[in-house]
Write a protein that binds this ligand. Structure first.
Ligand code: 13P
Length: 253
């Protein structure tokens, strides 16, 4: 029996400029080989995209993505990057609606949906993040928040396009805190996402990743749950040796 395909996504956030990114990849590629049914996605900062895309060219198991894009193809949007630009620099996937974009930079559910639709239209794959804050979880509003975040996506993305989408469940309280969701908590929200999509006619199994304080210590317990199709990792993806170890871990038979 073959294992289900897993995605290991590294979100470098505002770390690793071109020089550090090149050094990271030199070391990481030396330490790893492609593994069946496992793909590795890197989201470097925009200035390092081309460097990373160039370095991973010999590795078809590795995809490179932008951390954010604007939905317009060009124009007077100081500080933004467009989808065609990200594509030209080598991006094949785009991270959209990360909680840091939503909470620190005021990105709305509607903007997330517009970006997602534009990324799909350009032929790239969006990795869309959803997740509740601690106050929302403690107030019993997790389900309501996740459904609210999904709703504009369901309105703007045609059902035929959902096959190219990936969702990441990243509870805000678990990001960078060292306090990961338990495998049960994560699996429950992944089920909710699948149920909500299925109810609106999205068919097929869309990959759903978990993110929030994933480490080499907890990744196997999380991925032991069949509801999880991979992980989206911040801090633990910044060191090439540690990241190579994490993506190579195998559950005991
Ligand atoms: P940490 O793995 O550092 O908690 O970050 C998670 C994250 O935000 C990935 O997008």
């Amino acid at each position: 029996m073959t294992a289900r395909p897993l995605i290991y996504a590294a979100n470098w956030k505002m770390n690793l400029g071109p020089q550090d990114a090149a050094a990271f990849l030199d070391r990481f590629l030396e330490l790893t080989a492609p593994q069946p049914d496992r793909s590795l996605w890197f989201f470097p900062p925009a200035v390092s995209l081309a460097t990373v895309a160039h370095a991973v060219r010999p590795r078809p198991d590795i995809l490179v993505g932008a951390q954010n894009v604007h939905w317009e193809p060009k124009g007077a949007f100081t500080g933004e990057i467009s989808i065609p630009m990200a594509q030209e620099a080598g991006a094949e996937v785009v991270l959209i609606g990360h909680s840091e974009r939503r909470h620190l930079f005021g990105e709305t559910d509607d903007q997330v949906a517009r970006k997602t639709a534009a990324v799909l239209k350009a032929g790239l794959r969006p990795l869309v993040c959803v997740g509740e804050t601690l106050a929302e979880r403690e107030g019993g509003r997790t389900e309501q928040v996740i459904l609210r975040q999904l709703e504009p996506l369901l309105d703007k993305v045609a059902s035929a396009d959902w096959g190219r989408l990936v969702v990441a469940y990243e509870p805000v309280w678990a990001i960078g805190t060292g306090k990961n969701a338990t495998p049960d908590d994560a699996a429950q929200v992944h089920e909710l996402i699948r149920f909500a999509l299925g109810r609106r006619g999205v068919s097929g199994r869309l990959p759903i990743l978990y993110g929030g304080s994933v480490s080499a210590k907890n990744v196997l317990a999380l991925l032991a749950r069949p509801e999880l199709d991979g992980v989206l990792v911040g801090g633990a993806s910044l060191d090439p040796d540690g990241w190579a170890e994490l993506v190579g871990l195998e559950a005991a038979p």
